[in-house]
Design a protein around this ligand. Structure first.
Ligand code: PLP
Length: 426
């Protein structure tokens, strides 16, 4: 049966992540420009979701749109084969991120699946074992290979052990499985994990001679024109959301010896020029670091005024992370539900219960507009939970939703496992 509002979304046999209303129905949009998207009722929303953080330059960025239009008119190559445009995209990727070899994919999920299988194959041979283990932290896509076991800290059917960013457990696993670990795959997050966390990860990987796969689909190139894990010199890296302003492309690179079997990977739309055109312009812009700097400044200004508004209204909501990628920490589920409803009322479009990634287009009048709307959100919630504290569990819970694991916060040895037990089934 079609949905009563004549929408075709109920035909879709997939549950897409997207902004939804309070009844769980997808919100529908007819256009987008800069920091705004417009819904079917003509309402203008300020977008903090930005295609789950994939639109870094702003919607319908004129330079990207012009290049994509040229490509669509057939002026920048052809889906049939190689083009100078592809050479440019590869050169830009290599200049920014290095790696002996590069590979292109359509989605982050596809990139991770291929890259991890390549690394598993190479390391199985190197270690002389049939099925080496992969130690993993963070989200790497919807593929069933990443499924979580029934209990935390158990190996899944694919030989993947999610260590949930718990370094004590990682260290123990490296010790217990010496000679059987293919690699450590990590989706880093600068807001939830401290520099000390990254340093210790690097020390462990070096001490046990295990390669690191940096899954930087979300964060790579977002804060600056480099990998978040650059100082760890990862053996393999993947970037995606920051490289084409929302167009479907992911790029991987790294040590040739680990990625040999990627030679077998080919797909029909590989040379599709509109996607490459979007990547060419976006990579060119972010290589200079200006979009990242502007986002840090403008999102930073928003966060500062949002914090002040929440404090003045005595609303128990904090903001964690950094301006490039931040999340709201609500004192309780009740506070969170009211907050999300108030944001919707003000037409602030959030990546609900996850991290917000603003674009370079949030500046000037759009920034002032967002501040005014957020002031109205704070005023609407003022005084309703006076004196309520944000406890440690609330901080961990909010971070867990954006990183799929434990944030680094002050805790007693052994407390990590208790926290995992509390958050695992939520
Ligand atoms: C760290 C990370 N890896 C992989 C993926 C999967 O990417 P995609 O949604 O393009 O398949 C995501 C998506 O959010 C991600 O954040």
């Amino acid at each position: 049966m079609p949905h009563p509002d004549n929408s075709a979304h109920s035909l879709l046999g997939q549950e897409q992540t997207c902004p939804r209303d309070a009844d769980g129905q997808p919100r529908k949009f007819v256009s987008s420009r800069g920091a705004y998207v417009v819904d079917t009722d003509g309402q203008r929303w300020i977008d903090l979701d930005n295609g789950r953080g994939s639109v870094m330059l702003g919607h319908a960025d004129p330079e990207v749109a012009e290049a994509v239009a040229r490509a669509a008119r057939g002026e920048l190559g052809t889906v049939t084969g190689w083009s100078p445009l592809l050479d440019r995209v590869l050169q830009r990727g290599s200049a920014l991120l290095g790696g002996d070899v590069l590979a292109l994919f359509r989605t982050g999920t596809a990139a991770l699946r291929s890259v991890v299988h390549a690394v598993l194959a190479a390391r199985a041979e190197e270690l002389g074992v049939d099925r080496p283990l992969l130690l993993s932290a963070g989200y790497h896509g919807y593929d069933p290979m990443w499924q979580y076991p029934d209990q935390p800290f158990e190996v899944n059917e694919e030989g993947i052990l999610h260590f949930l960013f718990e370094l004590d457990f990682l260290e123990q696993s490296l010790r217990d499985n010496k000679g059987r670990i293919a690699a450590i795959a990590v989706s880093p997050d600068r807001g939830a994990l401290t520099p000390e966390w990254f340093a210790r990860l690097g020390e462990l990987a070096r001490a046990f001679e295990v390669p690191i796969i940096a899954d930087e689909v979300k964060v790579g190139l977002r804060h600056a024109p480099e990998l978040v894990m650059r100082s760890l010199d990862p053996d393999v890296w993947i970037v995606a959301k920051t490289i084409a302003n929302g167009a479907p492309i992911a790029m991987a690179g790294g040590r040739a010896g680990l990625l040999d079997s990627l030679r077998e990977v080919s797909f029909t739309s590989f040379f599709e020029p509109t996607v490459l055109a979007a990547a060419d312009v976006t990579l060119g812009r972010i290589a200079g670091g200006e979009p990242q700097r502007a986002i840090a400044e403008n999102a930073g200004a928003f966060i500062e005024s949002a914090r002040a508004a929440l404090t003045a209204a005595d609303v128990p909501i904090a903001i964690a992370g950094d301006p490039s990628l931040f999340h709201f920490v609500c004192a309780s589920p009740e506070v969170e539900d009211a907050f999300l409803a108030a944001c919707a009322e003000q037409r602030i479009l959030l990546f609900e219960r996850d991290n917000q990634g603003v674009s370079e287009a949030l500046r000037g009048e759009a920034l002032e507009d967002l501040r005014a709307r957020f002031d109205a959100v704070s005023a609407a919630l003022a005084g309703r939970w006076s004196g309520q504290e944000i406890d440690e569990l609330a901080w961990y819970r909010a971070a867990w939703r954006s990183i799929d694991g434990l944030a680094t916060r002050q805790r007693e040895p052994g407390q990590g496992r208790e926290l995992v037990a509390q958050l695992w089934d939520e």
